[in-house]
Ligand binder design. Structure first.
Ligand SMILES: CCCCCCCC/C=C\C=C\CC(=O)SCCNC(=O)CCNC(=O)[C@H](O)C(C)(C)COP(=O)(O)OP(=O)(O)OC[C@H]1O[C@@H](n2cnc3c(N)ncnc32)[C@H](O)[C@@H]1OP(=O)(O)O
Length: 306
């Protein structure tokens, strides 16, 4: 009650002085550490992110919701540079305490084609290490964000594309596209953090079936198994539906919401935090297996021959 009142009255125009007084009162009331509480105070200013050609961040000043648009043509292949831009954008959003974020794509028929296969084929170890570490960072920041997240899936979302979507809390997808984690079809094992996001989205049984078979679902089938939450006819509508989902949190204490989300996801986040180096080593040693390299090379050729 106290928190709800506090947030609804202070959302836009909280002066630094008021903030200090309120921090004192609430931290005493809730026995929270002061620094911890300041981190969860509602936003007092919104920002427009500096332009990055790979990731555009557009914050609506009124709603405080950011639309984060991946913009790496032709298919938003997740390269080191795209991950770096996303990681930076997620830091900016976290630091500016936005009310929510919607992830989408500027490519007309592809949300993201997953990891850029050029990063996986004949990789240079130093670059791959940076690539993999930044991939881990993006997942930790997106899955563990303090603000609520949704994905407006306006096109195909195979593999890493699906991973980004299921790291968010809500998914709205446009019809006639494919989504799923098809890693096993490429001869590669889904990394630990992909498995966590999938288990958090669909039932354990569906996750097992989907991951072992490497199934790519149609939009309609994805809805049936709960991989997505809604279907929207086109991108603008998908963004609108995501905004509606995020708007529901206007009536919920952001402190209570964030702590609850964090506590539900903590185990998955810690699982990766505790084995980042090992996770890299496992993937690296498997990735450079000649049979895996051949499979990836053949797959790239098949995509080009289409
Ligand atoms: C035990 C072993 C462990 C080993 C560990 C390995 C470590 C990796 C671990 C985890 C893996 C991760 C999963 C991944 O994300 S791998 C990527 C998987 N992605 C896919 O399977 C999707 C492939 N792409 C498609 O199916 C289609 O492109 C689609 C997204 C449906 C879009 O179709 P369409 O609109 O028809 O576009 P095109 O197919 O014509 O593509 C346009 C050009 O883009 C190139 N392309 C497509 N996808 C990728 C990609 N992922 N990376 C790089 N490039 C890609 C495609 O070749 C076309 O290029 P061009 O114009 O030159 O012909």
């Amino acid at each position: 009650m106290l928190l709800t009142l506090f947030e609804s009255h202070t959302h836009f125009f909280l002066s630094m002085f008021q903030k200090m007084i309120l921090t004192k009162i609430i931290s005493n009331t809730l026995s929270l550490h002061k620094k911890q509480l300041i981190e969860w105070l509602p936003a007092v200013r919104y920002f427009s992110s500096p332009t990055n050609p790979l990731v555009n961040v557009d914050v609506n000043d009124k709603s405080g919701i950011a639309v984060v648009t991946m913009n790496r043509k032709p298919v938003n292949g997740l390269s080191l540079e795209l991950f770096e831009a996303m990681s930076k954008a997620l830091d900016d959003l976290e630091n500016n305490r936005i009310r929510g974020a919607i992830l989408t794509s500027s490519c007309p028929t592809v949300f993201s084609a997953g990891l850029d296969l050029n990063e996986l084929y004949q990789p240079d170890k130093k670059r791959f290490k940076a690539f993999w570490t930044t991939f881990q960072d993006v997942w930790l920041k997106l899955y563990g964000s303090s603000f609520p997240t949704a994905a407006a899936i306006n096109g195909h979302a195979p593999a890493g594309g699906c991973f980004l979507a299921i790291s968010c809390e809500y998914r709205v997808m446009c019809p006639d596209y494919k989504i799923g984690l098809n890693e096993t079809r490429l001869g590669i094992i889904a990394p630990i953090f992909l498995r966590a996001s999938m288990r958090n989205t669909v039932s354990n049984r569906e996750a097992e079936k989907a991951l072992t078979l490497g199934t790519l679902y149609s939009t309609e089938d994805a809805l049936k198994i709960g991989l997505i939450d809604e279907i929207a006819i086109y991108k603008v509508k998908a963004i609108e539906r995501c905004e509606n989902f995020l708007a529901q949190f206007n009536n919920v204490s952001s402190i209570a919401r964030s702590f609850t989300k964090r506590s539900l996801r903590q185990k998955d986040l810690e699982e990766l935090e505790n084995c980042r180096e090992e996770d890299f080593n496992i993937f690296w040693s498997n990735l450079i297996e000649p049979s895996v390299q051949k499979q990836i090379g053949d797959y790239m050729q098949s995509l080009k021959k289409k």
